[in-house]
Design a protein around this ligand. Structure first.
Ligand code: SAM
Length: 214
């Protein structure tokens, strides 16, 4: 007994703690239970990406844009999930510019960690030239865009009224043929107002909107 407490003291002095194997196993089991529960409660829309029916409409819009000139622009990369989907659906000749300032992510990563993680996710696509990962403020980058008019602009960054109206204006000024975006829903009244003031929805699936042509 004395030997045990002496060894505990020595290890404690080194900043170490003895944990019985049984206690360790129990804590792993408790953690697994917690994770399982949080997974059950997990809402797939909470990661900032799109739901299945929204991806179905986006796939159709990308297919349509394959017949048009110009690149695709995604405003709001997050972790590159939708970028990767769009890369899968686009024709080989098309480039996707995906913009983010890495100011927000649901996992509370620092902007630099967020950027680096997304760079890793997109590495194959950027190395093969299919995607250009742009780290910039969307308004600055879009207002200086002077390349070929984009076939499609997908707005999915800031969902306030002002930001959405600006995204639509800058997309149109760049000559975008298809303008679409995410989060046309009562939780984002600013998106609804900006879309309605600019012609309304030509198509809507879930909260994915396609702007009516002018
Ligand atoms: C909802 S997430 C994008 C989700 C992504 N399109 C997807 O489907 O997986 C919004 C992203 O917009 C970015 N963002 C917000 N304001 C921005 C700005 N002013 N310029 C560039 N990116 C911005 C955030 O950092 C965040 O990564």
């Amino acid at each position: 007994m004395r030997l045990q407490s002496a060894s505990r003291k020595i290890l404690g002095g080194l900043g170490l703690r003895v944990v019985r194997e049984a206690e360790f196993d129990a804590s792993i089991r408790a953690e697994a239970r917690r994770l399982q529960l949080s997974e059950l409660a997990y809402d797939s829309t909470r990661d900032g990406s799109l739901a299945a029916e929204e991806y179905a409409l986006l796939e159709q819009l990308v297919a349509e844009s394959n017949a048009l000139d110009g690149p695709l622009i995604e405003i709001g990369t997050l972790f590159g999930r939708t970028t990767s989907k769009m890369a899968l659906w686009k024709s080989a000749a098309k480039t996707i510019f995906t913009l983010d300032n890495y100011a927000w992510n649901p996992w509370k990563l620092t902007p630099q960690m967020h950027f680096q993680l997304t760079s890793l996710v997109l590495q194959y696509l950027t190395d093969t030239g299919q995607v250009v990962q742009v780290r910039a403020d969307k308004d600055e980058w879009m207002s200086q865009y002077h390349e070929r008019p984009p076939a499609l602009v997908f707005c999915d960054a800031d969902h306030s009224y002002e930001a959405t109206a600006r995204d639509i204006r800058l997309a149109r000024e760049a000559g975008a043929r298809i303008v679409c975006g995410h989060d046309y829903s009562p939780e984002h009244p600013g998106v609804i107002r900006a879309v309605e003031e600019n012609g309304g929805c030509a198509q809507l699936a879930g909260t994915l909107w396609r702007l009516r042509d002018r």
